[in-house]
Design a protein around this ligand. Structure first.
Ligand SMILES: *Cc1c(COP(=O)(O)O)cnc(C)c1O
Length: 370
């Protein structure tokens, strides 16, 4: 029997321990801890890679969203529409501005259901915040059309989507701005928390730079109330290192997704995410491989018994299902997706044989019980 964890955190370090130790020694012996050259370099690399004008390192992607919303003027009395199949962070960023997060349904590909957006628009609606989930992009043509029609802003929760593209354009480059998360299990992960804001808007950029550092400008003058939400220079140095091979990382992740697809596609009891497209509108980076499965809980247990770790995204609940936060909406389609959703291991330590083994066990489960 194999042992395939859902994610191998220590491998992040082990596989490159020499280079990473060197980085730690180098940065630390320079005493370069807060807002130093490594951060500036990383921000430049990030902006270049995503083809946006500006990237700003911040403490995490949740802060990135919140700072973006504040910089964009979202405040008390406003409503922001988001897809309920997302991390609670999407909604909390909205809530902490004083605005109301308004959840809508998810679509078959697990992106926001663009048809449900217009019905949720009220005179108070100020923005749409699609989540570019699992490393895939929402239908940005439709979102841009709706935003234009109703004069709404767009903010992207692109925490999971660094390098994902829609019609050749990168996640985070469509509206006011987007966030990226460097949480260790994200496609570009650091050794703790980290995040970034992407934006093409110079005013937003200038405001984010102030907001992340106590409202202080480069001259030390404090012109607005700000936060302490900086990306550590040491984390930036580590991110610069992993970023050098990021294209290879994405290539490998797409290859794993292809392998899952080939080995599972005939199985009627499960529903697969879209496979990688070579042409077409979507370039997916596969932060996650999220399937829908009949008898999901039984399958999960069967996989555990065969040494395979899986995960329920968000612990298995859509955001609006956290009723203690005040949500009253009913989104039956989304709720059904959440009852069937299961994430299979997709990471840089998994081998082709592992993927075939997992697929084989899944076939065995359904063949034995059907
Ligand atoms: C990871 C994630 C976040 C939060 O990122 P942090 O860096 O942990 O704050 C927000 N939204 C989505 C969709 C995520 O996957």
């Amino acid at each position: 029997m194999k042992n395939i964890p859902f994610f191998n955190y220590s491998a992040l370090f082990q596989e490159n321990s020499q280079e990473l130790t060197k980085i730690f020694k180098n940065v630390s012996s320079r005493g370069a801890f807060i807002m130093q050259d490594d951060l500036v370099q990383f921000e430049e690399n990030l902006a270049k890679y995503t083809n946006v004008k500006y990237a700003v390192g911040v403490a995490n992607a949740t802060d990135a969203l919140q700072l973006l919303l504040i910089a964009g003027g979202i405040s008390s009395g406003d409503e922001v529409i988001f897809c309920s199949h997302t991390m609670v962070a999407t909604a909390s960023a909205i809530a902490f501005t004083g605005a109301t997060p308004v959840p809508v349904d998810v679509d078959k590909d697990h992106m926001i259901d663009v048809n449900s957006i217009e019905a949720a628009i009220t005179p108070k609606t100020k923005a749409i915040m699609p989540t570019q989930l699992n490393g895939r992009m929402s239908n940005m043509d439709e979102i841009l059309r709706i935003a234009k029609k109703y004069n709404l802003q767009i903010y992207e929760d692109s925490a999971q989507a660094l390098g994902a593209k829609f019609k050749g354009k990168s996640a985070g480059s469509f509206g006011i701005g987007g966030c990226i998360s460097f949480y260790p299990a994200k496609v570009l992960g650091c050794f703790g928390d980290g995040g970034a804001v992407l934006t093409n808007n110079k005013d937003i950029y200038n405001r984010i730079k102030l907001l992340r550092d106590h409202g202080r400008g480069e001259d030390g003058n404090v012109s607005i109330w700000g936060y302490n939400s900086r990306l550590d220079n040491l984390q930036a140095a580590i991110l610069n290192f992993f970023f050098q091979t990021y294209d290879k990382t994405i290539k490998r992740r797409r290859a794993i997704a292809t392998l899952y697809h080939e080995n599972l596609k005939g199985l009627k009891s499960i529903y697969l995410p879209p496979p990688p497209e070579s042409k077409g509108n979507h370039f997916d980076i596969y932060q996650n491989y999220e399937i829908e499965a009949n008898r999901r809980d039984e399958l999960k247990e069967y996989l555990v018994n065969n040494g395979i770790g899986t995960l329920l995204q968000w612990g298995g609940k859509a955001v609006h299902e956290f009723r203690e936060l005040g949500f009253t909406q009913s989104l039956p389609y989304t709720e059904n997706v959440m009852r069937n959703s299961l994430m299979l291991p997709l990471n840089m330590t998994i081998t082709d044989d592992d993927v075939k083994y997992i697929a084989n066990i899944i076939w065995k489960f359904y063949n034995a019980k059907n």
